[in-house]
Design a protein around this ligand. Structure first.
Ligand code: 13P
Ligand code: ZN
Length: 275
């Protein structure tokens, strides 16, 4: 019989945690990941579920379209670098109740604990993305991306400015995130307020910046969500290097260039962000 860590969805989840740690995005317990499971995956995992699931815990938000869904989630206070070494201690599977306003742990976190403190943000983002993509999006990923955080100290905190800087710092960015990126001003992490502000922006964007904190990305699968995080962060890093060089910018990608790129790669850029 298969073990839990041989199940593809669990393997993919663990691999992303390791990759993110190796990128330098997950100091200590920084960052978190959730995955909305397919029915077939829940079926595969069910033999491993606890005979006595945990108590129902209120979420402080309601995500009615996630009623009775199952999520793999990192644990609050758990370190991404430990997920591969000890998944049963670091991650969990949670079931949502009928109303979508409470969860219980059915597997994992064997030494105690609860899902990430950003679970309300993750779930509201899942809720928005599930509705917007007819169920295709399954991954929400939060990382403490250093270059994006650094940029949030020196750029005005608006989506247009951030999106234009990121689009123009590396040629293929507009193809990867044609809608641009959203920006949430500094807010206290972990609560329903930042969850609501983020999920509003997730209606438009797949990536959002949390000022002075990090980045949230959404995607249909682990590769796409991780790839988006990687692309946004790399572009921000290039822009920081340009600024750090202290040299004058002699040339850049123009708005006409962006339009040509969109035409040839068949993507529709967010018109609000073009001059
Ligand atoms: P958790 O350990 O609760 O996931 O918190 C980490 C974090 O990055 C909060 O924004
Ligand atoms: Zn964080």
């Amino acid at each position: 019989m298969m073990t839990m860590t041989e199940i593809e969805a669990v393997k993919g989840f663990i691999r992303l945690c390791t990759d993110g740690y190796e990128m330098g995005w997950h100091e200590r317990n920084g960052g978190n990941l959730t995955y909305r499971m397919k029915d077939t995956e829940v079926k595969e995992c069910r033999p491993f579920f606890s005979q006595a699931p945990g108590d129902w815990t209120e979420l402080g938000i309601t995500a009615s379209n996630l009623s009775k869904e199952y999520f793999i989630a990192t644990g609050s206070g758990k370190f991404m670098r430990n997920v591969a070494l000890n998944p049963e201690d670091s991650i969990c599977i949670c079931e949502l109740n009928e109303k979508g306003d409470a969860y219980r742990i059915v597997w994992g976190l064997v030494n105690g604990g609860r899902p990430t403190s950003e679970f309300p943000s993750h779930l509201l983002n899942h809720s928005v993305k599930k509705a917007a993509t007819d169920g295709a999006y399954r991954v929400i990923y939060h990382a403490h991306t250093p270059a994006v955080i650094a940029l949030s100290f020196i750029l005005p905190l608006d989506a247009r400015t951030f999106s234009r800087v990121l689009w123009k710092s590396m040629t293929e960015c507009p193809i990867i995130f044609p809608q641009g990126v959203g920006v949430v001003p500094w807010m206290v992490p972990g609560g329903p307020d930042i969850a609501k502000a983020s999920s509003e922006l997730m209606k438009t964007y797949d990536a959002i910046v949390w000022a002075h904190h990090g980045t949230f990305c959404a995607g249909p699968d682990f590769d796409t969500a991780f790839g988006l995080m990687h692309t946004v962060e790399k572009s921000a890093d290039i822009y920081m290097r340009i600024l750090s060089s202290g040299k004058e910018i002699l040339q850049t990608i123009t708005d006409d260039d962006l339009r040509k790129l969109a035409k040839d790669f068949h993507v529709t850029l967010n018109e609000n962000f073009l001059d």
